[in-house]
Design a protein around this ligand. Structure first.
Ligand SMILES: [Zn+2]
Length: 494
């Protein structure tokens, strides 16, 4: 009841803002420059997280901006406009995948930009890669804004010692940099700032005092910090220190038990004794040691306190159910999912197909089911707790094909209990807000950048309709049906 009231208030207040906005706008002279080309989508249903669903609208785009969003009966596009009839179709803001590793597999990297675009993903947040590898990709995207997704980068995982992604363990490429002291951490943060990163990623082996130094130095430079809560810390302390977001809800289960401080004590001893192990092995061992015990002992009162702390400190979650629930959801067991491997380079397609088919018939691990169900349940609690979320996937890890994986994440978020509109919010306006770009992106409003996706079916009726993509507009550039089909064909043919 309470939540319904909040939602009602939300819509009423936005209705008022919108009405007021229209009356102010009506007094302004038309900003349309008829001598320049423009693009009009007419008679379309506009859907975004702020306005809900607006029927019979015309959206007029010039250069890379949305110039007008008005009722079709009130706005006729200039004669020079390219007109797209949006009758019976649905226009949503360009999507974000907020958890991507562009450089996890060098063979896949060259295909990723196009895979995102053909899936309606116009912006991505890279959450970990060597700076010398991800920086050129960001520059490439900046230099070609009409034909690349927008790329936000964190640079490497800022990890402790031993380092999880050290490049010496199979399946763990060198995505991380190990720092052992607060001073080293500060130097690294300054270096990354100078390299032009958009955020930082703190990782699991950091010691609390080093983690603290990362957050303090990041604040000085105005950089948001995301992370996996370090194994040596509880979620509330990590959040209080100023963490902006938590990936995969990592280590959250631990902090939601009544006996979390005892578990933490054991964990700290294990960390101190584990210096001889590789970072990857030590981390996995500690997860196995505590995760299922913690899930069995979730304490509702403690969980409420933890979620309140996240809401209060404005620490967001990026659940990445695609990876959290991977071994329960098992995308690789679906022939339809495997069919899309054809868009990856041949060597990757072959390798993924062989490995996927090899594990497709294995029985489902019961612990994986326990963990997945914990994840779905936790996500269902977030809206009422006031914890904000973003949609991200961890592609291309775990057979998560770039682009396609975001639609799978949207589906899993709805499966967990979010409304389709809440899920669209997590994939559009939230990531824009995360980077203070909400004036530029994330909704379909006058003055914003024209990153848009036209759908053939209504995503609010069934979130899987987010894949019924007709056209994509990136930075005002029209990628029509033929262009998208050509891009897909090129990836398929190689
Ligand atoms: Zn990741």
């Amino acid at each position: 009841m309470n939540r319904q009231k909040i939602i009602l208030f939300f819509y009423l207040s936005h209705f008022l803002i919108l009405t007021l906005g229209f009356s102010i706008q009506a007094c302004q002279p038309s900003p349309i420059d008829e001598s320049k080309p423009s693009l009009a989508i007419t008679n379309v249903t506009v859907i975004d997280a702020h306005q809900g669903q607006l029927e019979n609208m015309t959206v007029l785009i010039q250069e890379n901006r949305i110039l007008k969003v008005e009722k079709s009966e009130d706005l006729s596009p200039p004669e020079s406009s390219t007109v797209i009839n949006g009758q019976g179709k649905y226009l949503i803001p360009g999507l974000w995948d907020a958890h991507v590793h562009l450089t996890y597999d060098a063979d896949i990297t060259p295909a990723m930009f196009d895979l995102f675009l053909i899936n309606g993903i116009t912006s991505i947040r890279d959450t970990g890669g060597k700076i010398e590898l991800v920086k050129p990709l960001k520059e490439e995207a900046n230099n070609n804004p009409n034909t690349s997704p927008r790329v936000m980068i964190s640079g490497p995982l800022i990890d402790g010692i031993p380092t999880v992604y050290d490049g010496n363990t199979p399946g763990r490429p060198e995505l991380g940099v190990g720092v052992g002291t607060p001073d080293e951490a500060r130097v690294l943060v300054r270096q990354l700032k100078n390299e032009g990163v958009d955020l930082l990623k703190a990782y699991e082996m950091l010691q609390p005092e080093v983690y603290q130094a990362v957050l303090e130095e990041a604040k000085v430079h105005g950089l948001p910090v995301t992370g996996h809560v370090p194994l040596s810390m509880d979620v509330v302390s990590a959040s209080k220190a100023g963490l902006n977001s938590i990936e995969h809800m990592r280590n959250l289960e631990m902090s939601c038990t009544r006996d979390w401080s005892q578990l933490m004590e054991i964990r700290r001893k294990e960390l101190a004794n584990g210096k001889e192990e590789t970072g990857g092995a030590l981390r996995s061992r500690l997860h196995q040691l505590h995760r299922y015990q913690a899930i069995a002992n979730q304490d509702p009162a403690t969980r409420s306190e933890v979620l309140s702390a996240l809401a209060e400190n404005n620490t967001w979650l990026v659940p990445t159910l695609t990876i959290l629930a991977a071994r329960e959801n098992r995308v690789w067991a679906r022939p339809k999912w495997r069919a899309d491997y054809k868009y990856l380079p041949d060597s990757v397609d072959l390798q993924w197909t062989t490995r996927s088919v090899g594990i497709a018939d294995l029985p489902v691990d019961s612990l994986a089911v326990v963990f997945a169900n914990w994840g779905y349940d936790m996500v269902s609690r977030l809206p009422d707790a006031g914890v904000k979320i973003m949609a991200g996937t961890d592609t291309p890890i775990a057979f998560l094909t770039p682009g396609f994986s975001l639609h799978e994440e949207l589906r899993l978020l709805v499966k967990s209990g979010l409304t389709p509109l809440e899920v669209l919010e997590a994939a559009t306006i939230r990531p824009a807000e995360y980077f203070n770009m909400e004036e530029e992106l994330g909704t379909i409003e006058e003055g914003k950048l024209a990153d848009l996706v036209l759908l053939k079916q209504n995503p609010l009726e069934d979130i899987r309709n987010s894949q019924s993509i007709d056209i994509v507009i990136k930075n005002g550039n029209l990628l029509n049906r033929e262009t998208l089909a050509m891009m897909a064909k090129k990836l398929d043919d190689k």
